[in-house]
Design a protein around this ligand. Structure first.
Ligand code: BJ8
Length: 425
């Protein structure tokens, strides 16, 4: 490890011993899951570098920003409008929380029957192993699910936390509530940073984030092609990195990758044979380094071509509508855009099965795998509805429930192989 990194982590009050163990565990997993893939686009080199230095350069950028008086705002959910953070010259960071490493740490405090994403998040803070958490001046939570909102209460005893109230319905009254939450969040960010959010600054931030969304849309559109020019694992990694990399650089790197994929498509070059089963994954988000399901699916000869999740289409499908440089209109456009995320925390949430059916057709999939994290009741319940709807549409579905441990990998593989056998053309 470079000495300056160790010094930075020490200043951030990281538990160095535990942190070493975490990084030492990540290397071999990345080697096995990612670097062993054949025929990868050269553009993935950037993402390999980012993971190889996962707690280095980006954390240093955040620290440098803080040293000049800038603020860092951490989030756990795609409902938090990052445009407002950028517009106040602060930096938003989507925290990952996709590793089993921090789960046992959290289980010393949280009930074991809590979803792995919540336990992993809390364990990162409790165990002082995540420099992104340590470098944040404010963590912004949300009331999307019961487990998360109670965890945020505990997190608030360790670090400044602000919680946005996400409504559970999509009625006009709920939309008004959410609009009010967006306005309140603007005040919170202005107070934190001491910077006024002007229409000009917000317009620039809307444009910045929309450009990254467009680049991700471009990447996903390229996955609609047969044979698909990029693996599901690589596309997932590029999406995951978008949560915490600098938005401008990230957009550039995504577009460079897409330029290369355009050439692959023109040459008919794919990462899997034309007849490889094409899979859509729908459900809970997959934070770094939760690559388990993709790895199992793709090492059995199928290819993941789309994710209907918050580390997939829900993250970038809708843009904030560009408006006049008028703060009220911009804030309204932001509130409207975010209310369009079809998370299972809403009731009813019929738009989500509609999305999956539409995506299944657009991406020419042979089957859908519905993934939910164990103990996540909202997605587990929606799986039942999803199954009925897809059956009507004649789209094969496999429901899987998992966590971050490797204990169920063998069983998952067996079930997925049987599913692929059934849907193979
Ligand atoms: S908008 S999906 S990122 S809440 S898996 S912690 S719901 S018990 S992650 Fe999510 Fe925002 Fe919704 Fe997306 Fe709770 Fe379920 Fe765990 Fe979850």
């Amino acid at each position: 490890m470079p000495n300056e990194n160790v010094q930075m982590w020490t200043e951030l009050n990281i538990d160095l011993k535990s942190h070493d163990m975490l990084l030492n565990a990540l290397g071999p997993i990345f080697q096995e899951v990612y670097l062993s893939q054949k025929n990868r686009p050269a553009g993935m080199g950037f993402y390999d570098f980012v993971v190889g230095d996962i707690h280095g350069i980006r954390v240093k950028e955040l620290r440098d920003h803080a040293k000049t008086g800038g603020k860092v705002v951490a989030t756990y959910c795609v409902f938090v409008p990052e445009e407002l953070v950028w517009a106040a010259d602060a930096i938003p960071v989507g925290l990952c929380a996709g590793t089993q490493f921090s789960v046992p740490i959290a289980e010393e405090v949280l009930p074991r029957n809590t979803c792995a994403l919540i336990k992993s998040s809390f364990g990162f803070k409790l165990g002082r192993v995540c420099p992104y958490v340590q470098a944040s001046h404010l963590i912004v939570g949300e009331t999307t699910c019961d487990g998360k909102k109670k965890m945020f209460e505990m997190l608030g005893q360790l670090q400044p936390v602000y919680v946005m109230e996400v409504p559970n319905k999509k009625t006009e009254r709920s939309r008004q509530l959410w609009h009010g939450e967006v306005l309140a969040f603007k005040d919170v960010i202005e107070k934190l940073t001491g910077n006024k959010i002007t229409a000009k600054k917000l317009g620039e931030a809307i444009d910045l984030v929309n450009r990254r969304r467009l680049a991700l849309q471009r990447l996903y559109n390229l996955r609609k092609v047969r044979p698909v020019p990029i693996s599901g694992k690589d596309a997932l990694l590029a999406t995951q990195v978008s949560f915490y990399d600098d938005a401008k650089r990230d957009t550039q790197m995504l577009n460079t990758l897409c330029d290369e994929l355009d050439k692959r498509v023109a040459a008919g070059q794919g990462v899997a044979p034309k007849n490889a089963p094409r899979i859509l994954i729908s459900g809970s988000p997959m934070a770094i380094p939760n690559w388990k399901l993709h790895h199992i699916i793709e090492s059995t000869g199928a290819v993941v071509v789309c994710e209907e999740s918050c580390t997939g289409t829900r993250f970038f499908s809708d843009l904030v509508k560009p408006t006049q440089e008028n703060l009220d209109e911009q804030l309204k456009a932001i509130a409207d855009r975010y209310m369009n995320i079809h998370c299972a925390c809403f009731t009813p949430n019929d738009e989500r099965p509609d999305d999956v059916v539409r995506l299944a057709k657009e991406y020419q999939v042979d089957g859908v795998i519905h993934y939910n994290l164990q103990f996540c009741h909202t997605y587990a319940n929606e799986a039942v509805k999803m199954e009925k709807r897809l059956e009507k549409e004649g789209i094969p579905l496999l429901r899987v429930e998992s966590d971050y441990s490797d204990e169920d990998a063998g069983q998952l593989r067996t079930r997925i192989e049987a599913f692929l056998e059934m849907i193979r053309r």
